[in-house]
Design a protein around this ligand. Structure first.
Ligand code: UT7
Length: 340
């Protein structure tokens, strides 16, 4: 059978923040937000809940549904733009400790909202060559912690949560990739790197002390997301449909043969435009952003898990997972569920 997704899991923190709640302290409204994005509410991590704890809850559910024990996991790849620390220790290592996956290597992967598709491809390569081990692929975000809650053009878009899948392979090393009918495209456009960014990296030199002529003691900083919404919107509309149609061309299939599209949940209008460009009915697109908002790298695995648990993602369905995000990055995978 080759490489397969053996199980899925997801976690959304219990606190729900509605548009009306945001509108109490910001010049916006439920009407504006819903009509421009399709979002009504989002989940927000509170207290000790953070990227690692949400990731661990989603991963535990995925391992349970896969019937896999922590000892069997050989690799954890965690896609996130909101790691517990910045950037080390990796959040994947924290999760490895929380889950007791003592035989697993662990690393974080940064490809923003396209991160899950990138992470899946890394893990697919791993289980292809180490079929005696399973891989955990997680997308997890606590985006509400990096938002400027006075910026109405960005803070209304995002929410927190985590999703995870477990990958396994029953072919000898290296064989599954030769037999696969799935295909993945990963891409980037670094010229758009200023469209979405998070402050607080090492790009800026430390101020030099006029007294000692060496750098002053670094100050702790709070990371904040900045967004050029319109530019990202245009990029997304062009890119999602192109990636999906390039996947079809590569596999010699037609878009109408796709049963379900799991597109990154950034904006309902982006998904509608993608459906129009692909000439597919919107009913083929999984939509949950009304209640989750944009959970970045977590959005595709949360959607997959919801579809599996609702009985709407069945064995043998042709599915496309497709995302885009800061970087700019994009990526898509076409597969016959749950084979990769
Ligand atoms: O995962 C990738 C992450 N990023 C994205 O996915 C972002 C993609 N972009 C978008 O989703 C849309 O561009 C937004 C939802 C961010 C903005 O929608 P838009 O239709 O592109 O609005 P706009 O930025 O062109 O702004 C139109 C007007 C402006 O007012 P003026 O200058 O025309 O008077 C904004 O100030 O809407 C105003 N506006 C708002 N008004 C009420 C912007 N945000 C809000 C708001 N409430 N929350």
């Amino acid at each position: 059978m080759g490489i397969r997704i053996l199980g899925t899991g997801s976690y959304l923190p219990p606190r729900v923040v509605t548009n009306d709640e945001i509108a109490k302290s910001l010049d916006t409204s439920d009407e504006w937000i819903y009509s421009h994005t399709g979002i009504h509410s989002r989940h927000m991590a509170e207290g000790d809940d953070c990227t690692s704890t949400m990731a661990a809850k989603a991963a535990k559910a995925a391992m349970e549904s896969a019937g896999v024990t922590p000892d069997e996991i050989g690799l954890i790849v965690l896609a996130t733009s909101t790691p517990d620390y910045n950037p080390f220790p990796s959040t994947a290592c924290v999760v490895q400790g929380l889950l007791g996956c003592k035989n697993a290597g662990a690393f974080d992967l940064q490809a923003a909202c396209a991160g899950f598709v990138y992470a899946l491809e890394q893990a697919r390569g791993f289980v292809n060559f180490y079929p005696d081990k399973k891989a955990l692929v997680i997308g997890a975000e606590s985006l509400t912690r990096i938002l400027d809650w006075t910026d109405r053009a960005s803070c209304i878009l995002f929410g927190d949560g985590a999703g995870a899948v477990v990958l396994g392979n029953d072919e000898p090393p290296g064989v599954a990739s030769l037999k696969t009918k799935a295909h993945t495209i990963l891409g980037a456009d670094g010229l758009g790197s200023h469209f979405i960014s998070r402050t607080g990296g090492c790009r800026d030199a430390l101020p030099i002390s006029p007294v000692t002529n060496v750098p002053e003691k670094p100050q702790p900083y709070l990371p904040v997301l900045t967004l050029k919404g319109h530019d990202v919107f245009v990029f997304a509309v062009k890119t999602l449909a192109k990636v999906a149609s390039d996947l079809c061309t590569k596999l010699g299939t037609k878009p109408e043969e796709i049963d379900r599209v799991f597109a990154h949940q950034a904006n309902g209008r982006i998904i509608e435009a993608t459906a129009r460009r692909m000439k597919l009915p919107l009913s083929k697109f999984w939509l949950n952003l009304e209640t989750t908002a944009n959970t970045s790298a977590a959005s595709i695995p949360i959607s997959l898990d919801q579809a599996v648990r609702a009985g709407e993602l069945k064995e043998g369905m042709n599915i496309v997972m497709v995302g885009f995000g800061a970087g700019l990055t994009y990526g898509g995978t076409y597969c016959r569920w749950p084979e990769l």
